[in-house]
Write a protein that binds this ligand. Structure first.
Ligand SMILES: Nc1ncnc2c1ncn2[C@@H]1O[C@H](COP(=O)(O)OP(=O)(O)OP(=O)(O)O)[C@@H](O)[C@H]1O
Ligand SMILES: Nc1ncnc2c1ncn2[C@@H]1O[C@H](COP(=O)(O)OP(=O)(O)OP(=O)(O)O)[C@@H](O)[C@H]1O
Ligand SMILES: [Mg+2]
Ligand SMILES: [Mg+2]
Lengths: 168, 157, 157, 168
């Protein structure tokens, strides 16, 4: 599986539909403080099934929906889509035969929420199942977010042990 | 189970021992069990940057601590390698020589993994094949722009 | 005592409100009491970077959090200004525009205070009138060398 | 009071006697990771009376004494001296009339420890008294060490309150 692009709409500061394509194996993301770089990372974790608002730097899950600026009104829905190239057939189970796999998550302010795989509604569980054995997931080491280095440095022996248990 | 923990621990330790000298340009580091019972022992990190004495991670300098943690995070990643690896500003406390070695590892990993890294560091920007710029020309609203390296050095300003 | 806490709090708040827009190039921030009893109320930090909406500090970006904290630390310093102020790598997570404004404040403070700052950042190095280089040519043993700016850019590597 | 220089000997990685002079009001300290920059800061806090080994990134106070390298043996004593220009007569009490004020702290591995003001032995209490009203001290905001910014960011409302109380 190879990540092709990430599509964000109404997610945090990415109110307008935005496609972040991954055209090479060494992609740098740059820009001033507060412009939205880490928000892209939050979006990827969110669509992969992150269920803790705190981990996404919010108080409630609805905090991921664009909540307005000095000139724009808040919007009612956040949507993030991840599209993978699966031409090597590595995706698990029923998805092995698809050439592309699209994973999408949507959340509305009224609390309505859905997950979709290749445009078909599914449960969060189906999303996390896709990632089993791929090394991916909202809490895997495939995403090393701002602050993770400090947490590792300050980890007590018991905490480090737990990380190893979880990786087993 | 004891056996599974031990095997993951040994596996992680081996990879950590491999990454450390590549990031530090020498020296060595390893994990150590704090107790005798595999079911509840803690784990500590011991590190010896080149030319220095062995010590626990919290006695190292700010940048040495960060780089040691990065070696451990790469080792964890390697246990369950995914198609991509995303790194958000891990190079912030590093001096230029350490950033160069960090970038060298990124280039090596890119043979088998898609690397996506967020950075403010000019050296790391030069390691990218493609740069994606994020801006907030309209306050509070993020937009993408594609950038070349000179533009990127400009836009971080 | 209630009165003394309130007066320190108000004093700090005023200075914090002053430093924030100078560091961010705009926007505003302030402290707020979480409770009604001055004897045990907590204090939170609210910040509004330019063009953005007001929020608590933990909802800001990595660099915005750091810069907000720096504004608060400068305000604390100002309550009891000392002959010198030493800053150890506070500019690490900042982009170039924010580093420039941070340096501007350092230059202003230098009128009445001796500023000593540790940094890996080239822009901050340029703000110094004198650069002291620390090296470990002999492993484990620190020595000083005086440097000029070009040498410094070299020695960080 | 104006800081003229810091003299370190046997303190952490500064095994050889080293004088850090402060020739201007805008002094930058630079160098690679781990070369000793923060150790200079630790030295200043230590000589001003810092009594917590943990705050100085050690387990015991003796950890500030140079403990050897791959080629050098450990030494038996750490010494740090701060010299202030007091030509404006701002130093408190009996010290107001001195043109220069030297504050020095020494610690030996056998636990022997002493403080000296202008070469005369004194108590730690006399050192901290000199700094009263000057805004200086091992825990004052005149030293913003690596990690302090993160602590402020993560401070809970109760913790922030305590900081304000202490500054009152
Ligand atoms: N729900 C939301 N609606 C609108 N804006 C939001 C929302 N959530 C977060 N933001 C904004 O996104 C910005 C943070 O973006 P982000 O953390 O991605 O910055 P960054 O580019 O990583 O910066 P740094 O380099 O400082 O780490 C904040 O200014 C915040 O106001
Ligand atoms: N008692 C001691 N004896 C000898 N060396 C010591 C002692 N205590 C600390 N050190 C060494 O000092 C080094 C740390 O120095 P310091 O923290 O000043 O680095 P730094 O220049 O601030 O680096 P960074 O840029 O990464 O923050 C460590 O490598 C450590 O081994
Ligand atoms: Mg960020
Ligand atoms: Mg340091």
């Amino acid at each position: 599986m190879r990540l092709l692009h990430v599509k964000l709409s109404g997610f945090k500061s990415f109110v307008d539909p935005t496609v972040v394509s991954v055209p090479s194996d060494l992609v740098g993301i740059v820009g001033p403080n507060g412009c939205g770089k880490s928000n892209v990372i939050d979006a990827i974790r969110w669509v992969m099934g992150e269920s803790s608002a705190k981990t996404l730097r919010g108080d409630h899950m609805a905090d991921v929906i664009f909540n307005g600026s000095t000139v724009r009104k808040p919007v009612g829905k956040a949507s993030v889509e991840l599209v993978f190239d699966n031409s090597n057939g590595e995706a698990p189970g029923a998805y092995a035969k698809y050439g592309e796999i699209s994973i999408r998550r949507e959340l509305s302010r009224d609390g309505q929420s859905q997950y979709l795989i290749n445009k078909i509604r599914c449960r969060r569980r189906d999303i996390t199942d896709i990632f089993l054995g791929t090394g991916l997931g909202p809490r895997s080491y495939s995403i090393i977010e701002q602050g993770m280095v400090s947490r590792v440095i300050e980890a007590r022996p018991e905490e480090l042990r737990v990380l190893i248990e979880e990786a087993a | 189970t004891r056996a599974r923990f031990k095997s993951t621990y040994d596996n992680l330790n081996t990879r950590f021992q491999g990454f450390f000298p590549r990031l530090f340009g020498g020296g060595s580091a390893y994990l150590e069990l704090t107790g005798s019972d595999l079911l509840d022992t803690g784990v500590t990190v011991l590190a010896r940057p080149p030319g220095k004495r062995n010590s626990t991670i919290h006695l190292l300098s700010g940048g040495e601590k960060a780089l040691t943690a990065v070696a451990l995070l790469f080792a964890f990643f390697d246990l369950n390698p995914a198609p991509f690896c995303i790194l958000d500003e891990v190079d912030a406390p590093l001096d230029d020589a350490n950033v160069e070695r960090y970038c060298k590892i990124l280039r090596t990993m890119a043979d088998r993994t898609q690397l996506i890294f967020i950075t403010h560091n000019k050296i790391t920007m030069e390691a990218a094949q493609v740069l994606i710029g994020v801006t907030m020309a309209e306050p509070g609203v993020s937009r993408l722009v594609s950038v070349d390296l000179n533009e990127a050095i400009e836009m971080a300003q």
